[in-house]
Ligand binder design. Structure first.
Ligand SMILES: [Zn+2]
Length: 429
């Protein structure tokens, strides 16, 4: 059979029920951070069935802790293996490729806020519901079934292709970093994160930090003589929001975010403190997330945060004598801008994706700068590899009733298969 864009697209269609079944089963595995094992077992088995050489290993902190891009973690990786499936070319006449996706999902939040069980996916019309359905198990499905469609046509990429299913994207990116450390490299990477079939031109960096306050416990009847550690956090949060406003000022913005009013967001994501209602709380800690532009330095942002906390604490009657402590766990992620990378390989990868998208979607590829991070930075910043972030349309990722548009998944699978055929070339199996 002649291999044409049409036969590739039709074969994706033929396999689409299988692809949706794969995605449904994958969403059933509640692969919350630190509990990715069962989902990874499922993927490793599917890769084996589809003819990949499967590499499955436990991420070890000591292997990656000294590398650029590493983020400190508290949780172990004992239930979070990484999985890579390799398809090795016989001829190696084309350009090699990494297809990357993360298998971890963010917490569900209160289950009574969901219309459906987040781990019992349901299809309704064009939508498949469930935590991780969009972010980004649909991308893991499109990456796999793009290659599977080529296999059904008796074809294989004419360059090595590595299918990566990585852990812990949502709070560090150490899963992707561990793949680099293990030696996986290619001429380009495609990460099928759910950004509405747009190509991500730039992404912000993300820093997580924790602020710890100590008060003085006293009976609430004498609260005036105590120091309320919870209430003392409020002026610190207000000061951090002032820092946030300063850092979003128009003259500080990266060019890809010039029109973004508020690209860098401070989020106070968690607060704990105190012991019960009738004691002035002696302790309080809050966890925060702050963004930074591509090209900005994490150490400089940390220094600005520390100075902001120090100045705000010095103006507080109690905290001035009991300075808060700041620690860093989770994301220490620099920003990354594909748009800043003018190398010929990068432009060629973008053109190949543009052409594939035009064929599958019948529309021009749109570019988008995003105010979140992805694993693209590991390829782009630390491995000299252009990283294309392009995936299906999803809604409520990180929210309640997350869902993904299946027709969009189908188009992205077609685009991915066409992109692989162009970028890598094809050879007979
Ligand atoms: Zn994601």
């Amino acid at each position: 059979m002649d291999i044409t864009p049409d036969t590739i697209r039709t074969t994706v269609d033929t396999l689409f029920d299988r692809e949706v079944a794969f995605l449904t089963e994958l969403v059933r595995h509640p692969s919350l951070r630190g509990a990715e094992r069962s989902a990874q077992d499922f993927i490793a088995e599917e890769l084996g069935d589809c003819g990949f050489e499967v590499d499955r290993w436990e991420v070890r902190t000591e292997d990656i802790a000294g590398l650029p891009g590493y983020s400190a973690v508290e949780a172990p990786y004992t239930d979070a293996p990484n999985v890579v499936g390799a398809l090795r070319s016989r001829t190696r006449t084309g350009r090699s490729l990494i297809l990357n996706g993360h298998v971890d999902v963010v917490p569900t939040g209160p289950l009574d806020m969901w219309a459906h069980d987040p781990f019992a996916p349901e299809v309704s019309g064009d939508w498949l519901s469930g935590r991780g359905g969009g972010d980004m198990k649909a991308g893991l499905a499109s990456n796999l079934f793009a290659l599977e469609a080529l296999r059904m046509l008796g074809q294989r990429p004419a360059a090595d292709v590595f299918y990566q299913s990585v852990v812990e994207e949502e709070c560090t990116g150490n899963g992707a970093l561990a793949c680099l450390q293990r030696g996986y490299r290619a001429d380009a990477a495609l990460i099928s994160e759910p950004f509405s079939e747009h190509l991500v031109s730039a992404q912000v960096g993300v820093l997580w930090f924790q602020v710890h306050l100590r008060g003085r416990p006293t009976h609430v009847a004498y609260a005036g003589s105590g120091a309320n550690a919870i209430e003392a956090a409020f002026p610190l949060v207000a000061a951090l929001h002032e820092l946030e406003a300063d850092r979003n000022a128009p003259e500080r913005r990266h060019s890809e975010f010039a029109d973004a009013e508020h690209a860098l967001n401070l989020n106070i994501g968690k607060i704990v403190g105190g012991d019960w209602a009738s004691s002035v709380p002696a302790w309080c800690s809050f966890d925060a997330r702050m963004g930074l532009f591509p090209g900005e330095d994490l150490a400089e942002l940390k220094a600005a945060i520390e100075e902001t906390i120090r100045v705000a604490a010095a103006a507080h009657p109690f905290l001035a004598n009991s300075l808060p402590e700041i620690t860093y766990f989770g994301f220490a992620a620099e920003g990354y801008a594909l748009a800043d990378d003018a190398r010929p390989t990068t432009r060629a990868a973008e053109v190949a994706l543009r052409t594939a998208h035009q064929t599958a979607a019948g529309a021009e590829l749109e570019l988008e700068a995003i105010t979140a991070t992805t694993d693209a930075r590991f390829f782009g910043l630390y491995a000299d590899t252009p990283a294309l972030v392009y995936g299906p349309k999803a809604e409520s990722i990180h929210g309640f009733d997350e869902r993904v548009d299946l027709e969009s998944v189908r188009r992205v699978t077609q685009t991915t298969a066409l992109f692989i055929a162009d970028w890598c070339g094809l050879e007979g199996i």
